[in-house]
Design a protein around this ligand. Sequence first.
Ligand SMILES: [Cu+2]
Length: 461
Amino acid sequence: MSSRRSFLQALGLTGGAVAAATVSRVAMAALPEPVIQTSPDTMAPLLPSTGRPYNPVVTLNGWTLPWRMNQGVKEFHLVAEPVVREMAPGMKAHLWGYNGQSPGPTIEVVEGDRVRIFVTNKLPEHTTMHWHGQRLPNGMDGVGGLTQPAIQPGKTFVYEFVARRPGTFMYHPHADEMTQMAMGMMGFWVTHPKGKHPLIDEVQRDYCFLLNSYDIEPGSYTPKIMTMLNQNLWTWNSRMFPGIDPLVARQHDKVRIRIGNLTMTNHPIHLHGHEFMITGTDGGPTPKSTRWHEVTTDVAVGQMRQLEFVADEEGDWAFHCHKSHHTMNAMGHDIPTMIGVDHQDVSRRITQLIPDYMVMGERGMADMAEMEMPLPDNTVPMMTGQGPHGSVEMGGMFSMLKVRKDQKAGDFKDPGWFKPPAGTVAYEWTGPLAQPARQVEKVTPAQFEMSVRKPTGHTGH
Ligand SMILES: [Cu+2]
């Protein structure tokens, strides 16, 4: 108790804020009312009503936390709590998050702002809050045991610092991290520049989202937190395709996409139809001399990348992680490759014993996307999403950049499917076919024999 009190006194906080550490009813009155979001939809950008003006971001399937201005300080209230997150239509997960959602709301401030964040813990175990990438006093860094005592269940802590550097950041606990991040505790933070910045361009669309992953057995609701690498749900802001909203742009808009990775593996993020440049990391804006064009950029574990391009090509452009297993939804990991195996006879005999027996993957896995098979409750199909030409055969970390001539400025609504001009869509050839050229194999098996030398101890090293 006394250590917590002295911690808060060391922050130079008033008596009201010190009392807030014990969350009495009276003290709670001194806190900004927590704002709770129940919808997983992409919310319209939050235009700043107080403080310095800026162009707000749009959080994919998320929202921005409103603040209260208190004598020149921006005050936010985050509540760490169990939440129910709809990860895609037909599938809900029991996660831990902030203010009703996982990830938590995006926090947007302006370079130079003094920020005070109240963090209330409504979880069954202690937590802290780490402000990833920020310059701040050491005692505000949120590392449980190292820079502060943990926030016990039912308690509220106060963090206060000046957002010194503009850029793309995130927040997450630094207490029982393995559990709390596997359960979905994380959020985005954007510090906008206070004026014109030589390395930060003005853009018409500014999107952000976090890469996260879960291991939830088909038919169940709670992530298995002990899984280190074999997660089965690959998500953007705890959503998976077809539950991820498209990123919308008006043709010729300059677009910025900010991505942070809080999974346990890297994600090569790939955009179709356009080249982009990396204009920032969690270390801040990148020098112009370091920028080159890419269509795929790797976002490693714990990193953030800010990519920018002009959306000058109309259409519905795929935008996804290039690890093909990350554009799939829940599946079993122990399925053998059956391509080329004709097991009709085996199948017929098994069916006599097990009437519902089904052969998987004889021609590849695309059949799975079309298959109308019963799924356990609370499961989305492995590969899915209907497009204008059939199944998109995607899940997980997949979305679309939808570029339209007539998309209105500030309109982020899905414009529906692209209607391509006549003569610009790949089509079936029905004329005569010449014999295709093939590389002829000139090596005979006899020429290709190998002699195998077996290990004979350590001589010769
Ligand atoms: Cu990936």
